[in-house]
Every structure is written in C-alpha cells, then in structure tokens.
Write a protein that binds this ligand. Sequence first.
Ligand code: IFM
Length: 458
Amino acid sequence: MPATFPKDFLWGSATASYQIEGAVDEDGRGPSIWDVFSHTPGKVARGETGDVACDHYHRWREDVALLADLGVGAYRLSIAWPRVQPTGAGAFNQAGLDFYDHLVDALLAAGIAPVVTLYHWDLPQALQEKGGWVERDTAHRFAAYAERMATTLGDRVRLWTTFNEPWCVAYLGHASGEHAPGAHNPAAALTSVHHLNLAHGLGVQAIKAARSGAQTSIVWNLQALKPATDDAEDLEACAKLSRVGNEIFTDPVLGGSYPAALFEDTARFTTWDCIREDDLATIHQPIDAVGINYYTTATVAAAPGVLYDSQTAHPSPWIADDVRFIDPPGPRTDMGWLIDPSGLTTLLTDFHQRWPGIPLMVTENGAACADTIAADGGVHDPARIDYLDAHIGAVHAAIEDGAPVCGYFAWSLMDNFEWAHGYGKRFGLTYVDYPTQRRIPKDSFAWYQGVIARNGLA
Ligand code: IFM
C-alpha cells in the first residue's frame, strides 16, 4: 500500500553546527566546550575533533545546492553560539552573524525554510568556566543570545528550536561523561536539567519579545522504553526511567510541574534546591511544536540493589537505582542500536495522547551504516533505505492513528562528526570523503528524493 502523507507535510533533513562547520578558530569564533573536550586525549575515538569536520563553513553554498537537489521543504540547522557570541556574554561577532545571515538567505532563495536550533551542544567555553549548565546564570546568557538571534534572523526564520536533546546535554555531559564537558556528577546532571528547562522558558520569552510572530519549539530525544515483562516491578522500573529521562523535560515545559515521584527517585543525589519560586511558570511557556528525535527502543527491568555508580569511567547516563537494561535480539545499526520502527509509532501516539493539541515533528531519524565508495563510484546503502522506509512508514501509521505529525527530518544531510565516535559512524544521505571533502550522494539520497517528490512511500 502506498503511504501518502498530508498535503502540507514538511520533508527535511538536519545537521548541527559542531558536527559539520569546522573553521573553529576563524573569523572571531570563540572556543566551545566541544573544542576543549575533543582535544582532550581519550575523549573522542582516534583523537578526532571538529576542527575541520565537513568544512561546511566554507562549502555551505555547495551544501545548500545539495539540499535543493534533495528537494526538501525545510532544513534544520543549528547555530554555533560561540561563533556569534565568542564568550557567551557581551559583544556579538558580526562575521559569525553574517555567516548565518547568508546561509538563511541562500536557503530561502532555494525555496527551503530554515528551522533553526539555538543550542545543539556547543556551549561557549567561557561559560563552562563559570559553571556551564550547573550555573543558573547560563540560562540568562542563553536568553540574551536567543533574543539577539531572533532579532537578527527572525524576519526570515519562522520556526525556532531552543534546545536539541537536553537529555544528552545533562546526562551524557554530566553523568556518564561521554560528552562535553565530561562530568561524572549526578547532582550536576540534575541541576543542569533544571537550568536547561529554565533556559528554554527564558529563551521562548526572549524570542517572542524580539519577534512576536515567531514560532517556538524544543526537540527531545524521548526515550522509547519498554518494560521487560508485565510484572509490577518491571513496569515501575520503566516508569522510573521514563520520569528521569522523559517527564523531567516534558512535564515542566508542557505542564508546568515536575512529576512528584521524581523527587523521591532522585533524593539520593539532590534536594533540588536549584528550583526557585516562579521557575516552573517561566519554564511553562506556550510553544508551537515539539520535535521528537527517534532512533531506537530500550527494554527495562527491575534490578533491586543495583545502584548508580558515578565512579566508573563511563557510568550509565541514567542516574537511577534498581533498574537495568535488557539487550533484546534483533537487527542493529552500526551504532549498535536496535532497529525497532514500531517504537516510533508508539512514541508519537503515546505522546499525542498525553499532550493532545501540540503539533509534532520527527526532527531526527536515521541510521549509521558502514558505508564505503563502491568500484562504480557510488555509495550503496540499502540498509539505510530499509531503515528510513520502515521508520517513515511508522510515522505514517502514527498519523493514521491521529497523531498530529507535520514534519520529518532525516538525520543527516551528510556524514559528519558523530561526537565521541568521531568520524567513524556515518549517518549521512550524502557520503563525505573527508580527505578531499567531496560530497557523494548515496543511494538513500536518491531514494529520499523520491519520497519527497511523491509525498510518501512508494
Ligand atoms: O548525531 C547525533 C545528533 O547530534 C543528535 N541526535 C542523535 C544523532 C545521532 O547520534
């Protein structure tokens, strides 16, 4: 059965600044926490860094042409905060602002709507030195930056996203230490969650103050959790992880409160004295859409007596006790992530049931594959095509079930710096030959062109 999407469905692709731009010390850009982290021995595979990445800072015209060729209606990009405001406070950098100004103009000239994320993990290092997301003032610095970007680009950018995957910022950055700034401190992770939520609310207020017609959103990598069995203990283990991983973000932003049980779940780590009067009202701003990034599912079981241990080199990002993950059999991507498209349908329909009325977008979805250039010069990636086909089908099923999903963004337009994995994991629709920076559209690129052109699956 062909799966045709609603008439105005937005097809897009996504990238993020540190993963593609390179040019880390050009034209006045300040250092970010990822510059420092990636240059710290042992943090990134093979010692790779984002210094050059895909050289998008110099090749953006070619990359806009790729997007135009792909036929997308929207491109989800992120702004490198230290490129436009090198220390995260005070003066802005005109050359950095100009870069995004020109990029936005070129996208619009190609008929592509820019969807701009303000924070995809590259915090100015100067703010980290003052405490980063553990420090409340960072939320206020973020709002000032958001206000300036909405003033500068808001005449052309309609949809803004405050944060991409605050779960990763808080937990990979401060609990497991796999991401910058590399802390192993559960209390810091939870305080960061609150300050990220606060920054989101302040950021939305600032964007709206600068541009009353702007649309705002946030992107969450909601964890698609499944209980190992229907036993009460496993159900509660799953619910607990959902509180610490999902509702800790969704409930204050969309509902104005943290889940009551969360305070008990996390009592061993924090008293939550970072929450001040009126914070929840600030966090709870009306927004126009929620972005959901989806890659896989996880299966959870009760494990009485298992305590979160922050002393190991890479402790679990999940700062929850008495729980463990089960590895179910099944096909996996090159990241080792289970391929489970039905999890996306469930995530979208469950979210809609819990938070009816808010438009949803799948803002990231895709697969890492061990791609190579074939003898015929092409990059043949049937596994990625299968993955995308099944997941776009899963989005269609969610829409049929009533979920108001209005867009889908493939991750990613091109291979790029995959954080602690360096360049070893390729998610792109376009292959990047890093030594030459040659872009080679993969078979999945042509396949996705077809999906966009026919507004659905064949
Ligand atoms: O590459 C990342 C992206 O930066 C955030 N979401 C998940 C992707 C794949 O790991």
